[in-house]
Design a protein around this ligand. Structure first.
Ligand code: AVI
Length: 324
């Protein structure tokens, strides 16, 4: 059987040149106290592949828990969202979750994947355009943490944002509220947001999820240094750093660090960076929410909770939020 041509043509990527220069951001982080690096740097090609492996690790329950909820609830989500939805996905992942929604929705009008990686975006957009010829695919190459200039969407469509994976946990609470406020403005009045959020739980479970026995998360973390060596002419010796991840219960977040095993000076983009022995670069925070903190975040951002679903083991939430 011939594959029907996408009714809306081959998707053209819309680029927003708002990606801030990496050099300044990295040097600012490495000169601060404590040293930090932005987690978005994890996702070069190697990092994205390692992240996909993380999602399949026995210890990393998040992806399976969220998929369980989406499979069970996609019909309910579709009912709440109604017909002719324009779906805005913040960070286009491997495409499994979005297919669950596109399959359940009644005559979806458009799909706007937003991603900083042009390659990933192009691949996802081409695949989905072939599979869903009736849906207008409008890939947007942009840093989704900034306010989006949403491309023109089919007349009469209702905007529903999708932000899965508990990536919201990678923002500090204040930034999370600002970011969700931007999502609120992007969907407008009458819009909605389907949000995936990891729940606070026992430290042992969280520590294992971010420091797996097979060392994939350690490689994912260390890959950020390999990336700086390649893209910023840095001189990190990866053997002199080790992965550390732990649940900080007071702040309700898992922290990932890269700890220098020795005292050393590393050149990064021509600048010397000094490390004490045992000093760390804080590479990621993954906040875990309880119900009260989540509701506070939702309200501050200008949404109201319509539904909150969890999986059988009560590890994760998928929330259906309506713009107030
Ligand atoms: C993308 N993000 C939600 C993941 C998380 O769980 O915070 C990234 C990750 N870091 C280590 N493992 C997975």
């Amino acid at each position: 059987m011939a594959i029907p041509a996408p009714r809306h043509g081959v998707p053209r990527i819309i680029a927003r040149p708002d990606v801030r220069p990496m050099r300044e951001e990295v040097l600012r982080g490495l000169h601060s106290e404590p040293k930090t690096l932005p987690p978005k740097l994890f996702y070069d090609e190697t990092g994205a592949a390692l992240f996909e492996r993380i999602c399949e690790l026995p210890e990393y329950y998040l992806t399976r828990a969220e998929l369980e909820i989406l499979r069970a609830r996609s019909g309910e989500i579709a009912k709440l969202a109604g017909p002719r939805v324009a779906l805005l996905e913040y960070g286009s992942g491997a495409g499994v979750k979005i297919r669950l929604l596109l399959d359940a929705l009644e005559r979806p009008a458009a799909y706007v994947p937003v991603d900083i990686s042009r390659e990933q975006l192009g691949r996802v957009a081409r695949e989905l355009a072939a599979e869903y010829p009736e849906v207008a695919i409008r890939p947007l190459n942009a840093d989704y943490t900034l306010q989006l200039a949403v491309p023109p969407l089919p007349e009469g469509s209702r905007r529903v944002a999708f932000f899965p994976g508990s990536t919201i946990g990678n923002f500090h609470p204040m930034e999370a509220a600002i970011f969700l406020g931007r999502v609120r403005r992007a969907v407008g009045k009458g819009g909605a947001l389907v949000l995936g959020v990891d729940r606070r739980k026992r430290a042992a479970t969280l520590n294992a999820a971010y420091d797996d026995a097979s060392g994939v998360t350690a490689r994912f973390n260390l890959n950020i240094l390999a990336r700086l060596n390649r893209d910023l002419h840095a001189h990190f010796d990866l053997h002199t750093f080790e992965h550390r991840a732990f649940f900080n219960s007071r702040a309700s977040r898992v922290e990932m660090h890269l700890v220098s095993r020795i005292e050393q000076i590393v050149k990064v983009a021509g600048e010397p960076i000094h490390f004490e022995r045992g000093e760390s670069i804080w590479t990621e925070s993954s906040y875990k929410y309880d119900r009260a903190r989540l509701e506070e975040l939702i309200e501050t951002a200008g949404f109201r909770t319509r539904k909150l679903w969890t999986n059988r083991k009560r590890q994760f939430w998928v929330a259906y939020l309506e713009a107030v």
